[in-house]
Ligand binder design. Structure first.
Ligand code: S3P
Length: 172
């Protein structure tokens, strides 16, 4: 298994929850989240970074985060923001796992969460459903291209997805 497991995929697919589950299943792994890292480094919410500095500035912070992870981190399971797959050195960080699901499944997952409003509000690129769907269509193939492992998550529970990922990642 390569040094880290990196979870990529569209907003709301469940990357954070899965990273926590993976760390629970394998005690050698520690769960990190790139959005959380950026928020703590800047002491600013992602939404505010987008409002004050714009998307390009946010992408530069993601690149800084990626460079630091590639250089300094091992034995982590890292959940990433939906656009993190664009960083230059993604595959140097670890085994890239794409969590795949179609847009309607993702939308349903977000909307059926008890805190759905909050989940939507904190995501600047999920304010308009039509626009989010277009972004999903633009990114769909790119996620597959960067992935070492593709896991279809729709209809599966978090625990069984985590087991599937660990099994596949150990063969890398
Ligand atoms: C983004 C996804 C967000 C966050 C930012 C941009 C994107 O993370 O990084 O709002 O470009 O898809 P989640 O995938 O955790 O929502």
């Amino acid at each position: 298994m390569r040094k880290n497991i990196l979870l990529v995929g569209f907003m709301g697919v469940g990357k954070g929850a899965l990273a926590r589950e993976l760390a629970r299943c394998d005690e050698a792994l520690f769960a990190l989240d790139t959005d959380d890292m950026i928020e703590s480094m800047t002491n600013t919410r992602i939404k505010k970074i987008f409002e004050r500095a714009g998307e390009e500035a946010f992408r530069a912070l993601e690149q800084k985060c990626a460079d630091w992870l590639a250089k300094n981190v091992t034995n982590a399971v890292i959940s990433t923001g939906g656009g993190f797959y664009k960083v230059k050195n993604l595959n140097n960080i670890g085994t890239v796992v794409y969590l795949k699901a179609d847009f309607s499944w993702i939308l349903n997952r977000i909307m059926s969460a008890p805190n759905a409003k909050k989940k939507l509000k904190k995501r600047p690129l999920f304010q308009d459903i039509e626009k989010a769907k277009r972004l999903f269509d633009e990114r769909y193939e790119a996620y597959e291209k960067v992935a070492d492992i593709i896991i279809d998550v729709s209809g599966k529970d978090t625990e069984s997805i985590a087991k599937e990922i660990l099994k596949e990642a150990r063969q890398q």
